[in-house]
Write a protein that binds this ligand. Structure first.
Ligand SMILES: [Zn+2]
Length: 613
């Protein structure tokens, strides 16, 4: 069963979708402006009696409506990902003029929106001035106007429209979810959602997931399941028999580990299939594919950069946990520690959380804003080409003499939109432009992504060559691991972190100059520290246990939208908002419906209990 509720398949579906969504939206908006007009008119009459304020009120309500919709719906969405003038100002070297140059791309993108909002407002003012009196007079004189134009009529209409979200939900969850993207719908949903939350726990008959215990405030979909009390507090998976949280990573004994250098390379957005991908008869990543070493399947618990890097460094699944950073572990062993990153590691507070700010040397993209690969002012898009951090790494290694090192290298070329003027086009003539990235252009998109991967491979080859040239390659444990995968429309999505799947969550690890006992299934990012430990352990008896089902989450750890478990048999997944169970047999597989699996729920419940302690 293909789980793609957002997709429309035929022309009939399209018509039905347009009607079922467009009609309520039109009703909502008309009534909102009408109600605003009536309220404003009443207020004006009271404050400044003696005139008919109808058209002035209509003008005000309409203009306010335009402003609210524009600001809330579009500008907010546009800036949500964190444009920050303070950050931009720092990038511009403290000069506001240069800072504005950095954000110009963003502002230019907003220009059409601002212009159309201004044009809409001006047109509204013109229409009100020209026809306002006549329309309000005409409407007031008509039968319908007399009936519904009164305060009581407008109140009645509002009461009826408040019931509309309930009706939409009765038709289908999918319709309600689609309408939920409209501001007016969310506004008109509030009264009914409040009234059907009988026990006041924030969940009711109108929420998704809905409240399975509507009259018990201690039981709702994200209530903590207290182990072994016979009560299923959150209504999924039955009562948690006992919490089985994974213990935190064991202490490392430096005397029992080989004193090898460690080079940890993290590849931004590395799909699980990159090492096997072939283009024109050649591997997409020839240097990496040719390196002798052990390959492991790796799952990104959240399929987002921040939690992934923190998980790799600290052995954690989410930010809700604390862990010991690899930086601190190797500093304690007397290693030199260095950070060389194509991304700004302050992004998502990574540097502080991972102890990177305690490394001997920290070089990241924020030091070279002019070399950025993409336009855009948010910290997220400030990423620089990989040869820069590799060059810094090479310089640093040259200064170390006999000292052992732990180095972290981060390469960003495979970040969306997979192309920049700084990435040479070697695998195709013309990389796909951002505006052409659609499902219909999947092949072109994939080829563009591979082109970026080839560039990463070339840069990675330079880093390996540096080690070889300095005579250190043999004595260096090298790990190359992705921070998460990337879905290129396989299940209808583009990107990562929004829908648990092998495409979005699975990546790979290549381990060079060291081996571990590979588990049967994939490992999580939280096990990468154990991989390093075990690869360095002199005595096999010291190896830590690695493996077991890997937990994946979309949303927060305590109130997720989806949870899943990956193991050798594939993915088992529960979607809270759709109350749907699906499984996938492996990478490239299609989701199929499955029965409830308490093991998935219990793994998450155990984790949520431990993480929120
Ligand atoms: Zn990432």
């Amino acid at each position: 069963m293909h789980d793609q509720p957002e997709r429309v398949r035929s022309r009939g579906d399209l018509l039905l979708a347009t009607l079922s969504v467009g009609l309520p939206v039109a009703i909502y908006n008309l009534l909102l402006v009408l109600t605003g007009t009536a309220l404003l008119r009443a207020a004006l009459r009271r404050a400044l009696p003696g005139r008919s304020w109808t058209w002035v009120a209509g003008l005000g309500a309409g203009a306010a409506y335009f402003a609210v919709v524009t600001v809330h719906f579009d500008v907010y969405r546009y800036f949500r990902d964190g444009i920050d003038l303070g950050v931009a100002k720092d990038l511009g070297g403290g000069s506001l003029g240069r800072a504005l140059a950095f954000v110009r791309a963003e502002l230019m993108g907003l220009l059409p929106l601002v212009l159309s909002a201004v044009a809409g407002g001006v047109a509204w003012i013109f229409l009100c001035r020209r026809f306002g009196r006549r329309i309000s007079g005409g409407l007031g004189g008509s039968g319908a106007g007399r009936r519904f134009g009164t305060a009581r009529g407008i109140l009645l209409a509002n009461v009826m429209v408040v019931l509309l979200p309930g009706a939409a939900l009765a038709v289908s969850d999918r319709l309600e979810r689609t309408l939920g993207k409209v501001e007016a719908h969310r506004l008109y949903r509030v009264p009914l959602a409040y009234l059907t939350d009988f026990d006041g726990d924030g969940f009711g008959l109108m929420t998704r997931p809905f409240d399975h215990a509507p009259f018990d405030g201690s039981r709702h979909p994200y209530a903590r399941d207290i182990p072994g009390n016979g009560i299923d507090e959150n209504g999924v998976g039955g009562d948690l028999p006992r919490a089985e949280a994974r213990p935190p990573m064991e202490a490392w004994d430096g005397r029992r580990l080989e004193r090898k250098n460690v080079l940890l390379v993290v590849l931004e957005t590395a799909r699980y299939d990159l090492l096997d991908a072939v283009v024109d008869g050649q591997p997409v990543m020839p240097a990496l594919a040719a390196m002798p070493g052990q390959r492991l399947r790796v799952i990104s618990h959240f399929a987002f950069t921040g939690p992934a890097i923190c998980g790799i460094f600290n052995g954690t699944i989410s930010d809700a946990e604390e862990g010991t950073s690899l930086i601190d572990r190797f500093r304690a062993f007397g290693y030199a520690t260095g950070v060389f990153s194509g991304q700004p590691e302050d992004h998502a507070d990574i540097a502080r959380r991972t102890g990177m700010d305690r490394a001997d040397v920290r070089w990241d993209a924020s030091l070279m804003p002019a070399e950025r690969m993409y336009a855009g002012a948010d910290l997220n898009s400030l990423v620089v080409p990989g040869h820069l951090p590799v060059g810094e790494l090479a310089k640093w290694i040259g200064t170390l003499g006999d000292r052992r090192f732990f180095a972290y290298l981060n390469l960003q070329e495979m970040h969306f939109p997979y192309d920049s003027k700084k990435i040479p086009a070697t695998l195709l003539d013309e990389p796909i432009p951002r505006s052409e990235i659609t499902e219909a252009n999947r092949d072109w998109l994939l080829r563009t992504y591979w082109n970026a991967a080839r560039r990463v491979d070339t840069v990675l080859g330079m880093a390996i060559e540096t080690l070889r040239a300095s005579g250190r390659l043999e004595e260096t444990l090298v790990l190359v691991v992705g921070d998460h995968g990337e879905e290129l429309f396989h299940h209808g999505y583009l990107g990562h972190g929004v829908n648990i799947s092998h495409e979005q969550n699975e990546t790979f690890l290549k381990l060079v100059n060291g081996t571990i006992d590979a588990p049967e299934g994939p490992i999580g990012h939280s096990d990468i520290g154990r991989v390093i430990h075990n690869a360095l352990a002199r005595d096999p008896a010291d190896r830590m246990p690695i493996g077991g089902p890997v937990l994946a989450i979309v949303g927060g750890p305590v109130a997720p939208r989806q949870i899943g478990l990956f193991d050798a048999t594939g993915l088992r997944k529960y979607d809270f908002s759709k109350d749907a169970w699906t499984r996938e047999d492996g990478p490239g597989g299609e989701p199929r419906r499955m029965d409830e699996d308490p093991a998935v729920i219990h793994a998450w419940e155990s984790y949520a209990l431990a993480a929120s302690r």
